[in-house]
Design a protein around this ligand. Structure first.
Ligand SMILES: [Zn+2]
Length: 169
């Protein structure tokens, strides 16, 4: 399932990418959103009921969300059958640009990350599109905390999560 999110759903879009969903975000113009959703066969995610109606008339698949919060939106997506299982980095997309993320050899990021980071970590990932480097630092741990919360909401088995986190940290 591929998505296109409207401008009100930036946080959700970043999380969908982290869970490996191909998610476009950043198009402001409604007509353009509808055009891309149609031509790329993407499910439209929106909080705008007017836009949702227009999409439905065009025969597009659309999930109209009502919640303001990430947690609430995840719950709503679950009712549409969207699961949140494989957290970053396995199969993830870059939260910034939707590009694909690949693990790289440590040497490849020398000079591209702060020296202290280079010395402290051995696991690095690079976005194949925008070249952003990722490693299991503080932000990553924050992400895992939120992941735990979201998993509770979306009802994923606890045992599976523990293994995934063990690997991440
Ligand atoms: Zn990127």
């Amino acid at each position: 399932m591929k998505f296109i999110a409207d401008m009100m759903l930036g946080r959700l879009a970043r999380w969908l990418r982290l869970y490996g969903y191909d998610t476009l975000y950043g198009i402001e113009e409604d007509n353009e959103i509808l055009r891309v959703a149609s031509s790329e066969n993407r499910v439209l995610l929106t909080r705008d009921s007017g836009l949702a109606k227009r999409a439905e008339k065009l025969g597009l698949k659309v999930f109209l969300l009502h919640s303001n919060s990430l947690e609430g939106q995840v719950k709503e997506l679950k009712t549409h059958g969207v699961g949140f299982k494989e957290l970053f980095p396995a199969g993830a997309r870059c939260p910034k640009c939707n590009g694909q993320i690949k693990r790289v050899e440590k040497e490849e990021v020398k000079g591209k990350v702060p020296e202290c980071v280079y010395e402290r970590y051995d696991e690095f990932y690079v976005c194949q599109n925008c070249r952003q480097v990722y490693w299991p630092g503080r932000q990553w741990r924050e992400m895992v905390k939120i992941d735990r919360k979201l998993k509770k909401i979306s009802g994923v088995d606890d045992g599976m999560q523990q293994n995934a986190h063990g690997k991440l940290l």
